[in-house]
Write a protein that binds this ligand. Structure first.
Ligand code: MG
Length: 385
């Protein structure tokens, strides 16, 4: 055996490898879509995290009407977590039909001491602590989770969709919501929504066939319908599902009261359209009970506590062969952009909440040609306006 030749062969390979490594290092920081590698040493600074928050009032572009009530604003809390010169942004949107308020979110956030954590990348440890601070408070927890993901992504210099291995080309089209109104107004609003490739039509509070007829008079795009628990007879619900499938509807959201599990399971077993849970699913613990009662679930960050919880819900729903939809509240581009990072994983997206307010204070995800479009920016992809 010729040791000398073996050594020189290894040495040549070593020199070639070293040369390649040096070349790669020189290129670091100029690879398109990557952020400078020089940013990463920040993670070793031993500094405490700082949490700040303030109330904000979202102004709605149009009066928002639900059965028996209407409003022109949505209360909100804006959060920031700062570490070593980087700031992550989050928010809690608080529509009045949910239990949380600006006062409850402020009091929850005041209890937290994020200064005990010195590494923003330890999201699991930090969110375990936040979850254990008190039960409930899911929008408040989401506001911390979103700011933490934004901060960690900024420290690492990458958007979350990339760190999760998702292809930004796989984002779905987002639906745009058409509320219950007179046929004239519905036709007008549908015509204004011509840029969208799927519309969400609210049903269950009046003449459903007239609502769909008014939409179909001016648009032929696929529709989904949200009944908000408005149907009462399961037989009539099934008949409507058959009729809706002939009208180009692709799924039905929360057709009956969530407590009527047997009737909903009966309907799901027979309906030609997938039946999606919304009011019936809030957190991770609600996913398993939805199996065999619904075909899928609608996940919202404000309901479940943020991105960490939403990812777990998606994983469990997929393991149960369920459909997944991601939705939102009326909220700024901050929370909508956070939810958008997950959107390549879902079947349908309803991410129009930032388009419904007139005082957005973030630039983030955009809707281009009806499709959720992710910015190539670190974290959740937002910058303050
Ligand atoms: Mg809904």
């Amino acid at each position: 055996m010729n040791h000398s030749n073996a050594f020189s062969g290894n040495r040549r390979r070593f020199i070639t490898t070293a040369g390649l490594a040096a070349g790669t290092a020189l290129m670091a920081g100029v690879v398109p879509g990557c952020y400078p590698v020089a940013e990463t040493p920040k993670i070793w600074k031993d500094m405490p995290l700082t949490l700040r928050f303030r109330p904000y009032e979202l102004q709605l572009r149009h009066v928002f009407t639900l059965a028996g009530s209407s409003r022109t604003t949505t209360p909100d809390i804006l959060t920031e977590i700062e570490w070593n010169g980087s700031v992550g942004y989050g928010e809690a949107s608080l529509p009045p039909y949910l239990a949380e308020t600006q006062a409850s979110v402020s009091s929850f956030l005041s209890m937290l001491d994020l200064g005990r954590f010195h590494n923003p990348l330890h999201i699991e440890n930090i969110m375990d602590y936040v979850d254990a601070a008190a039960g409930g408070n899911y929008a408040a927890k989401a506001s911390v989770d979103i700011a933490l993901h934004d901060l960690a992504g900024k420290v690492l210099g990458q958007p979350w969709y990339r760190m999760w291995g998702l292809n930004p080309a796989d984002t779905p089209s987002t639906s745009f919501t058409i509320g219950i109104d007179t046929p004239e107004v519905v036709r007008e609003k549908t015509a204004e929504a011509a840029a969208y490739h799927i519309l969400k039509v609210k049903l269950g509070r009046g003449d459903d066939r007239a609502m769909i007829g008014a939409v179909r008079a001016v648009s032929s795009v696929p529709l989904c319908v949200d009944v908000n628990q408005g149907w009462t007879s399961r037989e009539e619900a099934l008949e409507l599902c058959h009729w809706l499938s002939e009208q180009g509807v692709v799924f039905v959201e929360q057709p009956m009261e969530k407590s009527r599990r047997d009737d909903l399971a009966w309907l799901t077993a027979r309906s030609p359209l997938p039946i999606i849970a919304d009011e019936a699913v809030q957190t991770f613990d609600d996913v398993l009970p939805c199996h065999s009662v619904y075909s899928g679930i609608n996940i919202k960050l404000m309901k479940c506590g943020g991105l960490r919880a939403a990812r777990k819900m998606i994983a469990l729903a997929r393991a149960l062969y369920m459909k997944v939809m991601i939705g939102c509240m009326t909220e700024t581009s901050c929370a909508v952009s956070a939810a958008s990072q997950l959107s390549p994983l879902v079947d349908w997206a309803d991410l129009d909440g930032n388009l419904l307010i007139s005082n957005d204070i973030f630039d983030g995800m955009t809707v281009l040609d009806g499709k959720v479009t992710l910015p190539d920016r670190p974290g959740i992809g937002v910058t303050p306006l």
